[in-house]
Ligand binder design. Structure first.
Ligand code: PM9
Length: 472
């Protein structure tokens, strides 16, 4: 473990390397286009990496969402798809897997995470109610706002500091939550929205102690507590590693214990669950389930498929059993750390501690001469693509969008460029190539000018907005 990493409960004194608990059976060729073609591709994409064609990308670290490699068992499961409109047997496999590993009673499948966010927001939020959460996430917040909710950030302050080494930077600040309850009243709080891990903070975990405290506070005030379980398996790994008393508890058991402190969860199954598409909602309350099961037929599909093919549900059910295996999670996070450690050793500013799914470059420290209005994190993503064809994602001012009341840009403290590691896809050599390209961009940082936004869509603007280089 390198010196910038925090001390952990189960830390080994002698070096023992991790290796992936799988071998490669099928490969997909990669193509690297030349610098002049990359210039053209980036300009055609309006300097937005979401608008690049994947054929023009070399190593794709845009997202870990739906980009993982499925196992031979998952592919075999695809052949067992029961494509009946109603009551597909694959739904019952999925339901059983979620019940076994996450522990919730009732399951509603959705086409992906935001389908689930839409349903829970429509059912659980009344116009004007507040929704406290541990930092915003783009799609989560937009659905809460479209349902009339007002998102309130109640994460601990350390989460907004990219250099702070707090072991659980995803924790909810109990004092902030209590102050909100005091100010608006428990009836004006739709639910508490807790994500494990916290994507926008750098993939930072929530501790078991914190979720228990939040649970107790919610119970005291009669407020529901829902979990964004998208990367909760990775969160469980950090609890095992860092929280006293969990070093010998399997990740699967930690996951189930954590979920038991919440009333339900929504899920983008394209991440932890190792599926290329899919999502789900899970709740314990019978009445709430009845409402969700009814609404899903309006927006997604019947309650036994929710927008998914039978074969996708089968692959997802198998992915759930695979993603909670300790050796798999250790190697997955080990690969993220491998990349992060290289960058730290070379003095490149990243969010610490290194999180679960990605390395987040700190664009403020990378380009201290660029104002936030000039989109430093977007600029960095563009420069990295130009250098090597590696695709990353902006997680700063463009992602934060505008304040729904004032219409002004929201200025997040964190201005980050995310290098997201797909699951079971790239090798250590790809991480080396990535780190070397970042180093080259870092060495040329002084000459870089920023961007200005020239096209801005109304919703989730970061996906489709376009930029031009400042100064032409
Ligand atoms: N996250 C990501 O790349 C997909 C694109 S949004 C930039 O990080 C959380 C914590 C997520 C998430 C998606 C969703 C929505 C909910 N919660 O993409 O609709 O990270 O399946 O899930 C993305 P879907």
């Amino acid at each position: 473990m390198s010196p910038h990493q925090i001390q952990t409960a189960g830390q080994q004194s002698s070096r023992r390397s991790w290796a992936e608990p799988w071998k490669i059976k099928m490969v997909e060729p990669l193509r690297m286009i030349g610098r002049a073609e990359r210039e053209r591709a980036l300009s055609d994409a309006g300097f937005n990496t979401f608008l690049l064609r994947s054929d023009d990308v070399y190593i794709d670290l845009l997202t870990d969402s739906g980009t993982g490699a499925m196992s031979d068992r998952q592919w075999a499961g695809m052949m067992l798809g029961d494509e009946s409109y109603a009551g597909s047997r694959n739904f019952y496999h999925l339901e059983a897997a979620i019940q076994e590993y996450y522990g919730y009673r009732h399951i509603v499948p959705t086409h992906q995470g935001r389908g689930a966010e839409h349903l829970i927001s429509q059912v659980a939020i009344t116009e004007g109610q507040h929704v406290p959460g541990n930092m915003y996430f783009t799609t989560t917040r937009v659905h809460q706002e479209l349902a009339g909710g007002v998102f309130v950030d109640v994460i601990i302050d350390e989460a907004h500091d990219p250099e702070h080494l707090h072991p659980f930077k995803g924790n909810i600040d109990l004092a902030k939550l209590e102050a909100l309850i005091e100010r608006v009243g428990a009836d004006n709080i739709a639910y508490v929205s807790v994500a494990g891990t916290v994507n926008m903070a750098g993939g930072q975990p929530v501790s078991m102690a914190n979720i228990k405290d939040v649970r107790a506070l919610c119970t005291l005030h009669g407020i529901r507590l829902f979990l964004d379980a998208t990367r909760m398996v990775e969160n469980a790994f950090f609890i095992q590693e860092r929280e006293p008393g969990y070093a010998d508890t399997p990740i699967a058991a930690i996951l189930k214990e954590f979920c038991s402190h919440t009333d339900g969860a929504w899920m983008s199954a394209k991440k932890d669950n190792l599926a290329n598409i899919g999502g789900w909602l899970a709740v314990n309350d019978e009445g709430l389930y009845e409402e969700l099961r009814n609404l899903v037929v309006v927006y997604e599909g019947l309650h036994t498929y929710g927008g998914l093919a039978g074969r996708d549900m089968e692959a997802l059910a198998i992915g759930i059993t695979e993603c909670v295996q300790d050796d798999y999670v250790r190697s997955r996070i080990g690969q993220v750390r491998y990349l992060g450690d290289l960058l730290v050793d070379w003095g490149i500013p990243i969010v610490l501690p290194i999180g679960g799914h990605a390395i987040f470059l700190d664009a403020r420290r990378f380009y201290p001469h660029l104002a936030q209005d000039h989109f430093p994190a977007q600029t960095l993503a563009a420069e990295l693509y130009l250098d090597s064809g590696i695709r990353s994602m902006e997680r700063g001012i463009a992602s934060a969008g505008r304040d729904p009341v004032t219409g002004e840009h929201q200025y997040p403290k964190l201005e980050l460029t995310r290098l997201t590691i797909p699951r079971r896809v790239y090798t250590q050599a790809h991480m080396d190539v990535t780190a070397e390209s970042i180093k080259a961009v870092f060495d040329g940082r002084g000459e870089v000018r920023g961007l200005r936004m020239v096209h801005e869509p109304k919703y989730l603007r970061f996906f489709q907005c376009r930029f031009e280089r400042l100064g032409g």
